[in-house]
Design a protein around this ligand. Structure first.
Ligand code: GLP
Length: 239
């Protein structure tokens, strides 16, 4: 595990982006796992900037998003289909036809199909992750099995409250989501995790220095052989 700490989130985003760009340079058809949330935005901007500066051919890069709400249409601006398109695909300059987001229509088969699609793509080369305040990754809430595959999950009250800022009220936030499982995420060949701001400090400390437990999903990353953390000073205060 490598830990990069900086006072400046943009420096972190750029360092994370360098790893992704290097993966694409080594393998032009690289498969990148994409995360929503505010934390990775600096990394998407830096990735897009670096790719443009280098004239990097990204026409074969494939993407798989981590998660999606159940019950929002893909066109809804709050759906992760829309967020990934707007915050990642367009900023980075990926081909949207090569980027998949889990189907939030609620069909039981959608989860299995997503895992099959990742496997058929050859697995994820680099998975970008943010962190929930309760240590969730993707939408894998505390208590999710370490070997879980893509599945539908009930969101906790804390996650609903945290994500209410994107809706007009917390009553509008979907209560269920479909997410890559922890087992799915841990199969990625490289994990790059970005955590910024004091609200993440407790989760960061528990994930890095606490026991490995399903009660704090991000702590399971301790068992992955190739994980890079990018943490700003505010999120690193309890380390
Ligand atoms: C949501 C997403 C997570 C993300 C988290 C934190 O719950 N499902 O993938 O890591 O938000 O978001 P932020 O970076 O905005 O704090």
């Amino acid at each position: 595990m490598q830990i990069h700490i900086s006072p400046d989130a943009e420096v972190l985003g750029d360092a994370l982006a360098q790893r992704i760009v290097a993966a694409i340079q080594a393998k032009p058809e690289a498969v990148i796992g994409l995360a929503t949330g505010s934390s990775p935005l600096v990394a998407y901007e830096a990735w897009g900037r670096r790719a443009a500066q280098l004239g990097l051919d990204q026409s074969r890069v494939r993407g798989f998003a981590l998660d999606e709400y159940i019950g929002l249409s893909p066109e809804d601006p709050r759906s992760y289909h829309s967020v990934i398109r707007h915050d990642a695909v367009d900023v980075v300059g990926l081909d949207p036809r090569l980027v998949r987001v889990p189907n939030g229509g609620g069909a039981a088969s959608a989860a299995d199909e997503y895992d099959v699609a990742i496997r058929e793509a050859g697995g994820i080369d680099v998975q970008i992750l943010g962190l929930g305040r309760n240590g969730h990754i993707g939408f894998n809430e505390p208590g999710t099995a370490a070997d879980s595959r893509t599945h539908v999950i009930d969101l906790t009250a804390e996650t609903i409250a945290d994500n209410a800022r994107f809706f007009s009220s917390s009553a509008e936030v979907p209560t269920t989501a479909i997410t890559q499982g922890l087992g799915t995420i841990l199969e990625a060949r490289e994990l790059v995790v970005i955590a910024t701001g004091s609200a993440k400090a407790a989760a960061v400390a528990a994930a890095l220095e606490g026991p490995v437990t399903e009660d704090l999903p991000a702590s399971l990353l301790q068992g992955h052989p190739n994980v890079h953390w990018f943490i700003d000073d505010a999120a690193a205060t309890l380390l």
